[in-house]
Design a protein around this ligand. Structure first.
Ligand code: ADP
Length: 767
């Protein structure tokens, strides 16, 4: 048996078996979920067993497909990690990549020369390169080669190599796809987690910090920052910045529309920069410090509740690749969540602060109003109003002034309250002098009726310094029914202090102060008018009293016939004159009493008095008239009534007034009852006098006006008798001056009961 072919067949079969085995492994590996690197390692192991190739590499295209990098590299059987990146125009690898065709040669350099291309890298001898085709794309090139001259690759080698390359490509592609899906799932997972994390905090600073840190993590970036819109200036301000530049950028302003962040903001779309150094929009200032070089930037606008609130940007992906559209989509998805979290935290902080301010404001205003109702001491109300206004705004000094018109018609400001100003400067304006309306921002505000917030008083020519070192002034007119009646002025040594909220708050303050000022002014006016009237009445009464005394004297003389006998008619005339004089005398007496009471000049001569005795004494003067009117008088005086302390004449006046009213306002033949007894009320002991009548009585409306000056009912019986309408006013004052009380119950047509309670003089135990 010739068995010569056997070794070759055997070798062939063995090789075939090895190849199959190798492919089997590769297919198996491709079905497993192995990392790409492990797959390539396995492929190399199989190639190495089959081909005599000391050098082997797999080159893959970069994501932007314009260059190749080594994904796997073995030289002389040793795995190396070269960082080479080469563009697709040199060497045979590029050729395979570009054409998608296999190249097998015994001499690398000759092959390059034949194809008219430049060699690259170390010149090999035998070289075998196959494209890695996935779907319809060449994703890279797999190469086996040798620098040793005795190595050759056969067509069988090539066939095997191509088969392996096909599996390799699909395994890599599949693995890549899987990695991509995994990464995507991971990102979604991270997004969710971040969403939850962001939603869990309402602390604005914490939220901003979380947003930037997580954006950097999510995109695998080297640095990141967050800029928020400053509503006042319209600029973007760096709020958070993390990465190699640290927080150096925080607080820096970027005008809206300027730079990459500005563009993302104003165009409201993601801006992707692959090479910052070559982009005109990029602001190089941020790189000046340290070795940090900005390469790739991805900036997205942050939109919440319909408006763009800021910009989130990430810088340089750590893997060195520029950011791509997928990154932009991812950051946008993240940004949407972040913006809402930021807005929520901002709103929360705002509502929290605003709520607190509002509660404090309302409490303060309520307090002012309460005080206003409780007291008409307006100096006090103003001082407190000012104290609150300065405290809440943090002002250094302040004052409240009211518009005042002096007697000669000049208008100016009277200072009602001031804080922090030199007292000697302010004192004259509180008393005699008026602050001219032409002076200062205060004057301007009163003239123009306009709130002024001057952040830099030094630059305002209208400003007049009362105290040095002030930076800003807030002047708010106090208005009442569209008239300016005063001004609140606050000054601060800190230019940035007065916020729009402060202005709002003081404006509301001014509204309440307006009511206070107006009320107090009205009250003062009434008080002044009253004083003037009291003075006038007192003056007139005194002036009348004297001639009346002499008139009374002379009529007495005449009627007694001391100036000679008089005819009956003359007597009758004199009688009329006397009755008129008596009435005028009563009127003058009452007027004088009222003015004494009102000016606090009514003096009591206090001594212990027998209350029963006083009643009996008073009744004496009415015996005559009671009889005349045929009225039935009942008197009940309790025995052993305790003493009261009082003014004999004045208490007599009280009884006379009540008795005379009872008699006057009760028709003839009516009843009048006088009671005097002990009485207890609210744990106190009194002597109670009661004067009851069965007279005309009073309606509830009349009762309401009973103790007011000059009140007289329109009942015909009242109109038919003379009266001043002052008796009960005086009576009540006298009773009250004795520490007592007077009350009345009455029913129209039925009668009235007047009750006087006088405190019992406490007799000390050892007295
Ligand atoms: P005068 O009696 O001088 O009018 P007073 O102050 O004493 O002034 O009384 C005021 C008014 O009160 C009277 O005019 C009358 O209308 C009403 N009045 C006072 N006492 C009585 C009474 N006993 N019965 C009914 N009306 C009375």
């Amino acid at each position: 048996m010739d068995d010569t072919p056997l070794p070759a067949v055997k070798a062939h079969l063995q090789r075939h078996e090895r190849e199959l085995q190798a492919l089997h492994w590769i297919v198996q590996a491709a079905n497993f979920t192995m990392p790409v690197d492990d797959i390539m390692e396995l492929i190399y192991t199989q190639i190495e067993r089959t081909l005599n190739a000391p050098n082997f590499y797999i080159a893959l295209t970069t994501p932007d497909r314009d260059a190749l990098t080594y994904a796997f590299y073995v030289e002389d059987g040793e795995r190396l990690y070269p960082d080479t990146r080469w563009t697709l125009n040199t060497g045979l690898t590029s050729q395979v990549m570009a054409t998608g065709a296999v190249i097998r040669t015994e001499d690398y350099l000759k092959e390059c020369a034949a194809r008219g291309i430049e060699p690259s890298g170390k010149p090999d001898r035998a070289w075998l390169g196959a494209p890695l085709m996935a779907s319809d794309q060449t994703i890279g090139v797999m190469v086996a080669c040798s620098q040793k001259p005795n190595v050759r690759f056969s067509p069988e080698d090539e066939r095997f190599f191509v088969a392996v390359a096909a599996f390799t490509a699909s395994a890599i592609e599949r693995r890549r796809l899987q990695e991509h899906l995994e990464a995507h799932a991971q990102q979604l997972n991270t997004l969710n987690e971040i969403g939850r994390l962001l939603a869990s905090s309402l602390d604005i600073h914490e939220v901003l910090d979380l947003v930037v840190r997580n954006a950097v993590k999510l995109l695998g970036a080297e640095a990141g920052s967050l800029l928020l819109l400053d509503e006042d200036s319209g600029d973007l301000i760096f709020r958070i910045s993390c990465g190699p530049l640290g927080n150096e950028l925080v607080g820096r302003k970027v005008p809206a529309g300027k730079g990459i962040a500005g563009a993302a903001f104003s165009e409201n779309r993601p801006i992707l920069i692959t090479d910052a150094q070559r982009d005109q929009r990029w602001y190089a200032g941020v790189d000046r410090s340290g070795d940090f070089v900005t390469r790739s930037i991805l900036a997205i606008p942050l939109n919440a509740r319909g408006s763009t609130i800021g910009v989130l940007e990430v810088i340089n992906a750590k893997d060195g690749h520029p950011f791509n559209q997928r990154d932009a989509d991812l950051l946008l998805a993240f940004g949407a969540q972040a913006a809402i979290a930021i807005e929520n935290a901002r709103l929360f902080t705002m509502t929290d602060q605003a709520l607190q301010a509002r509660v404090e404001e309302l409490t303060t205003l309520q307090h002012i109003d309460r005080m206003l109702n409780a007291s008409l001491d307006y100096a006090e109300v103003m001082a407190l109003t000012l104290e609150w206004a300065t405290r809440i705004t943090g002002a250094t000094v302040g004052m409240i002034a009211a518009l005042h018109e002096s007697e000669d018609g000049t208008r100016g400001l009277r200072v009602l309250a001031h804080r922090g100003y030199p007292p000697d400067v302010m004192a004259p304006y509180m008393e005699q002098k008026l602050w001219p309306l032409e002076r200062g921002l205060v004057g301007f505000t009163v003239r123009a009726g306009q709130t002024l917030l001057i952040p830099d008083v030094g630059a305002d020519t209208r400003y007049e310094a009362v105290t040095p070192d002030m930076q800003a002034q807030l002047t708010i007119p106090i208005q009442r029914e569209n008239r300016v009646i005063g001004v609140i002025a606050l000054e601060t040594a800190d230019r940035a202090l007065f916020s729009p909220q402060a202005v709002d708050f003081v404006s509301r303050f001014a509204e309440h102060a307006a009511i206070a000022i107006d009320n107090a002014r009205l009250f003062q006016q009434v008080q002044r008018a009253n004083e003037a009237k009291t003075e006038f009445v007192s003056f007139v009464s005194h002036e009348l009293k004297q001639p009346m005394t002499s008139m009374k004297g002379y009529t007495d003389l005449l009627s007694k016939g001391l100036a000679g006998p008089m005819t009956e008619q003359q007597q009758a005339f004199i009688g009329i004159i006397r009755s008129n004089i008596q009435h005028m005398d009563r009127l003058v007496q009452d007027l004088l009493d009222v003015s004494r009471i009102e000016s606090g000049r009514l003096q009591l001569e206090l001594r212990p008095l027998q209350p029963g005795e006083l009643v009996r004494e008073a009744l004496q003067s009415f015996e005559h008239i009671l009889a005349e009117r045929r009225q039935i008088l009942t008197v009940e005086i309790e025995a052993n009534l305790p003493l009261v302390t009082g003014d004999r004449v004045r208490l007599n006046q009280v009884l006379i007034n009540l008795l005379s009213n009872a008699i006057k306002y009760t028709p003839e033949e009516g009843r009048v009852t006088v009671l005097a007894n002990r009485w207890s009320a609210n744990g106190n002991s009194y002597v109670r006098w009661q004067v009851q009548d069965s007279g005309i009585g009073m309606t509830p409306e009349e009762l309401e006006k009973l103790f007011t000056k000059y009140f007289r009912s329109s009942h015909p019986l009242v109109r038919s008798v003379r009266g001043t309408g002052l008796g009960l006013v005086i009576t009540r004052s006298i009773v009250e001056l004795h520490g007592g009380q007077i009350s009345v119950t009455s029913e129209a047509g039925k009668g009235s009961t007047f009750t006087v309670l006088l405190p019992i003089k406490e007799v000390a135990a050892d007295a």
